[in-house]
Design a protein around this ligand. Sequence first.
Ligand SMILES: [Zn+2]
Length: 217
Amino acid sequence: MLNIILMGPPGAGKGTHATWIERDYQIPHISTGDMFREAMASGSELGNKIKEIVNRGDLVSDELTCALVKERLSKPDCAKGYLLDGFPRTIPQAEAWEKISKEIGREVNLVINIACPDAELIKRISTRRVCPNCGASYNVVSMKPKKEGICDLCGHALIQRKDDNEESLKVRLANYYKSTAPLLDFYKSRNLLHDFDGMLGAEKLKVELNKLLAKSK
Ligand SMILES: [Zn+2]
């Protein structure tokens, strides 16, 4: 069983690696943003509750977020494990998830952290293009689409996200490091943390990640 938490600053390559891990190890990439959107659209009891809170402009509590993750893990595609992205985000969430995952026998066994220097992230983000239709991510320098400006997967025109610029990235990075530093310590103290170098490049990093995943399967 691979019960994984994926961490790393925006632009470190989480999306790229989540895509092949999901395919090769048959575990779903669960991004909490997507999970919230899906739950709200599903009309489930929990989904409606969340919709109400979000529409009110309030924050969804840690308890409710954990309940939603738990519900998501009961689906058959999670039989071999899960790859969580964007959760836990805080120490209280990590503590709550530790308790609940233990109760349901789905404790986290790997925390993958892809680290990358700010200067490199800033360089990458300004050349990033995304598909607004299917979410695929490209880079006009290092990961060009086959046809310029067009998504390889679905044929939609690619866009540059409005917040993919140096100023907003710096703000996002500062927030990211502030909230995740304690989390990294939390998982390190439990011997779950595995640090990877985002500067290795996608191919080499994939080889390194594969070594860890194959051995932990
Ligand atoms: Zn697409």
